[in-house]
Structure formats: C-alpha cells, structure tokens
Design a protein around this ligand. Structure first.
Ligand code: RRO
Length: 299
C-alpha cells in the first residue's frame, strides 16, 4: 500500500518522522535514522549560541516513559551547519528544529542554517528559561516569531506546540495567523520525580518534560482539537511506539507522525510502523488520506 503523503508543504515517502531532540545532533545519526525507514528527520533544536545544557542527571527512564531536562544543549547554528550538510545526503527531508529568545534570534538561526527542507520552530520546551514555553504560551509572541521566520525563508515553517496550556488551539491559531504551514503537537508535558530515600528531586534541573506512552492520550486529544480548530495540517507526536498508535493519531487528525522516545528501543520502529500501517490500510481497503481525521467524521 502506498504511504506517500503531503504534509505541511513536504512530500514524504511515508508518514513517520524522527522527532526533534532524539539522535538529531549529528548528520551521521540523522542519515542512519533515514536509512532505517523514517520518512523525514528533525534535528536537535539549534540556537544562536552554543549551550552545554542542564546539569546531570538530565534524563530519567520511568515505567511510563522518560522525563528529560536536557536544557537545549546544542553547538549553535554556525557549528551545526556542517552537520546539516551531511544530513542532507539522507535522501529524505531534513527539518531543522530551531529556537530563540525572540523574533530576531529565530530569524538569525533560520537564515544561518540554509538548506533545511523545512524549519520546526521550538516554542515549547517546558524547562528552558527565556526560551520555550515563555514564548509558546503567548499567542502574540508565537504569531510574531512564526511571521519573522516565514518572512526569512522560502521553505515550509512548522511550529511545535506545548501541551502545558489551557487552550492549545489558541496557540495553534496564532501560529496559523503567523503563516505556519503546519503545527506539531505535542512537546513534552511538565513533570518531575523525587528520590524517596533522600527527598531530592532527581533531575539536576529539578523539573523536566515527560515523553513516551504516558503522554499519548494527551497528545491525541491535542491533535484532535487542533484538527478541528485549524486550516493547516497537524503533525502528531507524543508516545507513538507502534503502528496502532500511529493510526490513532491519524484518525485524530494528524497528517504525519513524529516518533521520539520509542527510538530508544530500536530504529526498527520506523519500518515497523510503516509496515503495520500499510497492512492495516490493505485490511480495511482504505487509503492513507482516508484515515486522516476519520474520528471527526464518525461521530
Ligand atoms: O533540550 C531539552 O531539554 C528539551 C527541549 Br529543547 C524540548 O523542546 N523538549 C524537551 O522535552 N526537552
């Protein structure tokens, strides 16, 4: 079954995309993910200046997923340029995840990283002071940042949204008003964990962002609401680890899906999601596009 899909201004051979932040720091690792079947790859979020990130421990594995507080570690766009060049040999679209403190920084990074197939604006990191959520919970700022990058590049611009808001559709609308080609939902959910022997919060940064199976129902609901509220495509992300999860996101309204935490269990996940999706479509005698938003048409 054909899995080619148009999503947010890009043509993908299949609807699975490597999510930002996972194996996205080098061109070689991005190429490797593409070779294992991802339809597109997203880089680690890149900013204006190099950052070492938050103190360790910065990532914890729980039964229901992971909590991370990496703290936007990245080498700066100047240093990342060579990695992007390598990643571009991957044969699939390479989406540059970028962050900044304001419109000017976002524009500087986008212009300084030419050659990406699209830009994913990270306005949603739950624990990076001065970046992430401070921008991503304010509709006026989201619109302004989106417009600034849209005016600076001639490829699609996606905006990654935080679930840590009362109404995600208000933020999605702001991105749409700023000219976004798609929204990506969701970034991680604010979370923390405590060591019960010492009483210490375990993460070096104290709090972080929860990913993995625990957040899948939250993400599905966000995608469902955004699909109803917006005219632009929604890319779904949050706890997808198999083809059935992907079907659920597509039915909620996602045009494509990003896979993050599940990658730590093996890069085979991209091919197995595609294969499962293809078998499902054949069994149901459906096309991929029939699945997108199906849940909105059955109730
Ligand atoms: O680097 C991080 O700590 C991080 C980022 Br930029 C993000 O967008 N989401 C997240 O959970 N961690």
């Amino acid at each position: 079954m054909r899995l080619t899909v148009e999503a947010g201004g890009l043509t993908l051979q299949n609807p699975t995309i490597l999510a930002a932040g996972i194996l996205g720091t080098t061109g070689a690792s991005l190429k490797r993910v593409a070779s294992m079947g991802a339809g597109a790859v997203v880089t680690k979020s890149i900013g204006v200046e190099p950052r070492y990130g938050h103190p360790n421990p910065s990532m914890i594995k729980l039964e229901c997923g992971y909590i991370n507080a990496m703290g936007l570690p990245n080498p700066s766009y100047r240093e990342f340029l060579q990695e992007l060049e390598v990643a571009r040999q991957a044969g699939v679209p390479v989406i540059a995840s970028i962050f900044g403190a304001n419109e000017a920084e976002f524009r500087e990074v986008a212009e300084g990283l030419p050659g990406a197939s699209a830009y994913e604006l990270n306005v949603s990191c739950p624990h990076a002071k001065g970046y992430g959520m401070q921008l991503g919970t304010d509709p006026a700022l989201v619109e302004a940042v989106t417009r600034a990058v849209k005016g600076a590049v001639d490829v699609p611009v996606w905006v990654k949204l935080t679930p840590n808001v009362t109404d995600i559709t208000a933020i999605g609308r702001a991105a749409q008003d700023g000219g976004a080609d798609a929204v990506v939902a969701i970034n991680t959910v604010k979370a923390m964990t405590i060591d019960i022997d010492s009483g210490y919060p375990i993460l070096g940064n104290i709090s972080g962002g929860l990913s993995g199976p625990a957040i899948k129902p939250i993400a599905v609901k966000c995608v469902y609401e955004l699909y109803e509220a917006l005219d632009i495509p929604v890319i779904g992300v949050g706890g997808i680890s198999n083809w059935a999860d992907a079907v659920e996101f597509l039915m909620a309204g996602a045009s494509a899906v990003e896979i993050g935490s599940a990658v730590y269990d093996g890069l085979e996940v991209f091919a197995s999601v595609s294969m499962g999706l293809s078998d499902y479509l054949e069994r149901k005698n459906m096309k991929l596009e029939d699945l997108v938003g199906l849940s909105h048409r059955v109730v």
